[in-house]
Design a protein around this ligand. Structure first.
Ligand SMILES: [Zn+2]
Length: 462
């Protein structure tokens, strides 16, 4: 009998359908070639007592710096190598990065420039979302050509004056994206309401970050989400709401979904585990993200949304800083550094707080961390599941391993975690990316440049 490259023995195989029982998984040339049955491998991994999960797909990370900010210091501190290390140690094998344009740069040029950088650095597999800035006729003309280059998404920030000055062009961009198999990612916060709330707080002498949540109220997210839903409804094009944070914005999406409007929802760990009281802490600035932390009822609604299927993905929005930069005493509600590092802790925390505590099933856990993103971003079934013919992106996951989160010991170049000291049960022990062991027993083994930019097909509706 010919030997396979790698065999994972005795693990409990988990997909979006839940646990499918214990079976050996055979891997050859980076692909899963056999599940169950008698096989021998050159390399054998024992997964007794462990889960075998499809590699996580985190569709929302920031591992590169907008070109116009290249000389700004400090900046986000992870490149594609350190970001990959954090991801792989956290069970995530594929990353979707936000690619920002330099002034006047078109989507195809953005992709070409960032692909060249990423190719040298990446260890995980990668895809890129070109961000739209000025929506010129040339930008609109390129949208139908993106899928041919392996890109099935664009990203739009609704939270800027730039958006407000060209709404109609953005609607046309979303329409063309949908007509050509692409999905549009939208940051839903309303520019005018945030400016208004912020100005009133500043005038009242409340500009410290203690008032950060009030400066970006829930209503600013609700009205922007309603608008995104309206764009999807008017154009028929799918939209993907990034980092949704509130119960009321989720209600807007759920209502649209019930009418078959193609609206997909992402949330992130900040909104599943922390409430706005954290901004009153002395070091509350370290929790600042956009949108801000909300209330316990919002946390409960988001967990219910994952359970019920109105929330489709949990992604990190990994935007790493050094703690000193984040806690700069000069920061106010008008001058701050949004975002936190999350890549290594997201899956373990979702498992610990979600699956172990009975809030969500194991199948749903896989669905929101891998399978749904694979479908929406044109990677399924090559990625996002465990099946013969799929890429051997696999995580051997110890459901009983308990570790306390220590930000300074994580793989990200960020030196703290928003979840410092949390006891978390359930961690990856081995991660394989296309059949190659890239993380094992705490160490990253994968080589920078060994990851690939994965070509994507059209969006598959969920
Ligand atoms: Zn982001």
């Amino acid at each position: 009998m010919t030997k396979l490259d790698v065999v994972i023995r005795h693990g409990e195989i988990v997909t979006a359908a839940g646990s499918t029982g214990r079976a050996d998984v055979g891997i050859s040339n980076g692909t899963i070639v056999q599940i169950g049955g008698v096989v021998e491998g050159h390399l054998e991994l024992d997964a007794t007592g462990k889960l075998v999960l499809p590699g996580g797909i985190d569709a929302h990370v920031h591992l590169s710096v907008p070109p116009e900010e290249e000389n700004v210091d400090p900046r986000w501190v992870d490149d594609f190598t350190s970001g990959s290390a954090a991801a792989l140690a956290g069970g995530i094998t594929t990353l979707g990065n936000m690619t920002f344009p330099s002034p006047e740069e078109t989507p195809l040029a953005e992709l070409e420039r960032e692909t060249a950088v990423a190719r040298e650095q990446i260890i995980a597999d990668l895809f890129l979302h070109p961000v739209l800035d000025k929506v010129t006729p040339q930008v609109l003309d390129e949208i139908p050509r993106l899928l041919d280059t392996g890109c099935n998404s664009i990203k739009v920030f609704m939270v800027t004056s730039n958006f407000e000055s060209q709404v109609r062009s953005y609607v046309e961009a979303i329409r063309r994206a949908g007509e050509n198999g692409l999905i549009t990612l939208i940051h839903c916060e309303d520019y005018a309401l945030i400016e208004d709330a912020t100005a009133r707080l500043v005038a009242a002498g409340k500009s410290s970050l203690r008032y950060y949540a009030e400066s970006r109220p829930v209503i600013s997210e609700v009205v922007a989400t309603q608008r995104a839903v309206a764009f999807a409804e008017a154009t028929g094009a799918p939209v993907y709401i990034v980092h949704l944070s509130s119960a009321r914005a989720l209600e807007v999406c759920a209502e649209a979904q019930s009418r078959n409007v193609p609206v997909y929802v992402e949330t992130r760990p900040l909104y599943l585990h922390l409430t706005r009281e954290r901004f009153e802490d002395e070091d509350g600035a370290k929790y600042v993200g956009q949108p801000p932390l909300r209330e316990q009822q919002d946390i409960d609604a988001l967990w219910a949304g994952i359970r019920q299927g109105t929330v489709h993905t949990v992604c990190t929005d990994h935007a790493p800083w050094l703690l000193a930069a984040k806690l700069d005493p000069a920061h106010t509600i008008t001058n701050l550094r949004p975002g936190v590092a999350n890549l290594q802790t997201m899956l373990p925390m979702l498992f610990s707080e979600g699956v172990r505590s009975g809030r969500i099933t194991l199948g749903r856990f896989v669905e929101v961390t891998s399978t749904n993103a694979a479908k929406l971003f044109g990677l399924y079934p090559r990625k996002g599941t465990i099946a013969v013919g799929s890429d051997a992106d696999l995580v051997i996951f110890d459901p009983d391993l308990t570790l306390a989160i220590e930000g300074s010991r994580l793989k990200s170049n960020s030196d703290y975690s928003a979840f410092e000291g949390w006891q978390v049960t359930g961690w990856p022990v081995v991660t394989l990316r296309r059949g190659e062991i890239v993380f094992r027993d705490g160490e990253i083994i994968g080589r920078p440049g060994s990851g690939t930019i994965v070509p994507r097909g059209a969006t598959t509706p969920l």
